[in-house]
Design a protein around this ligand. Structure first.
Ligand code: MTE
Length: 337
């Protein structure tokens, strides 16, 4: 079903991602950084709750998070001239197939996810492997707010104020060996609390897995997030710990992480395993390389609707070229999509 637009002047029909694209994708399953506005503390920096953003639903923060929040470096990185997506949209239009394939399913179903206690395993090519309770895992890190664009491969986008810390800080702690070339992330596998994992229909070989090259993970923009909109992560957004790599399509940003492994070989990632011709390992946002079934030149910025589709041009590396383009100078981005 194609979305009908009210006026040709608003945008072309091809500018809007047809719902059929989402449905067809689902049917597969059944500090300061150059070029980015960085600011000193904003006027509300002393407030230590979600009240700085409108209409944020109060959560139930674990005590380690509440203790760390007042020291957060607010707006450590931000985007200028683009509105932050309302909390309601960011938390009710989600992809988290462990809780269903509909955009509203994660908000409806993810309440069953138990995020306390939570532990994270660090293993593979590291000097300091171990299993850490999340509150211990988090101890070394100062929280930072990172306001980033999020561009989904389905051609919708948002601007989200994450709270997290750079992966480079984690790597400093765990000390990768010289054999470590990639970092692999794994989501919880728990069919009891994750209805999507109980479904006998679907092509995902759980758990959901994602990965980065080590130099990508070391880039200052790559973070592990534990919060958003001034509060802890809602379950549907990947509580209690998720990856955020803003220059890549959203599917790289794996949610509810339980295992982080330093490995020698490129990990087999979930979407690549399902459809390698459509979803590559790199998944860098690239308006010049279309998805085989739709254009990647444009995106719908949420909130969007029939009469205000809010379509904009997609930017190379999602607008983060200055920070990340040098990672790919020797790579053919058409082959390594
Ligand atoms: N992580 C897991 N474990 N399972 C998923 O289905 N979906 C991915 C990514 N991380 C997904 C996941 C996709 S396709 C996107 S676009 C983003 O999460 C969406 O994040 P959001 O729901 O917080 O916007």
């Amino acid at each position: 079903m194609l979305i009908k637009l009210p006026k040709a002047s608003d945008c072309h029909e091809s500018d809007v991602t047809p719902e059929s694209f989402y449905l067809s994708r689902r049917s597969l399953l059944g500090g300061a950084l150059a070029g980015i506005a960085a600011s000193s503390l904003p006027r509300w920096a002393s407030a230590n709750d979600a009240s700085r953003y409108a209409d944020v639903e109060a959560g139930k923060a674990p005590s380690w998070f509440a203790d760390k929040l007042p020291e957060t470096k607010w707006q450590a990185v931000t985007v200028t001239g683009e509105a932050i997506t309302p909390f309601k949209d960011a938390t009710h239009y989600n992809n988290f197939y462990e809780f269903g394939t509909g955009k509203g399913d994660p908000a409806t179903n993810a309440g069953s996810l138990q995020t306390e206690p939570w532990s994270v395993v660090i293993d593979g090519e590291v000097a300091k492997p171990g299993r850490y309770a999340l509150e211990d895992f988090m101890k070394p890190y100062q929280l930072e707010e990172r306001i980033y664009r999020l561009r989904c491969v389905e051609a919708w986008s948002m601007v989200i104020p994450w709270i997290g810390f750079p992966i480079s800080a984690l790597l400093k702690q765990v000390e990768p060996t010289s054999k470590a070339k990639y970092i692999r992330f794994e989501t919880l596998k728990d069919p009891k609390s994750m209805p999507g994992q109980r479904s006998s229909f679907g092509l995902i070989d759980w758990p959901y897995v994602e990965g980065l090259r080590l130099d990508e993970a070391m880039n200052p923009l790559a973070i592990l997030a534990v919060g958003m909109y001034g509060r802890e992560l809602p379950n549907q957004n990947g509580a209690p710990l998720r990856l955020v790599v803003p220059w890549k399509y959203g599917f790289k940003s794996v949610k509810s992480i339980v295992r982080i492994s330093l490995v020698n070989e490129q990990p087999k990632t979930t979407w690549q395993s399902i459809a390698a011709d459509e979803y590559g390992f790199y998944a860098n946002v690239n308006p010049t390389v279309d998805h085989p079934r739709w254009t990647q030149a444009r995106e719908r910025r949420l909130p969007s609707g029939l009469f205000s589709p809010n379509v904009r041009e997609t930017q190379m590396f999602n607008g983060y070229s200055d920070e990340v383009a040098s990672l790919y100078t020797n790579l053919d981005l058409r082959k390594n999509y």
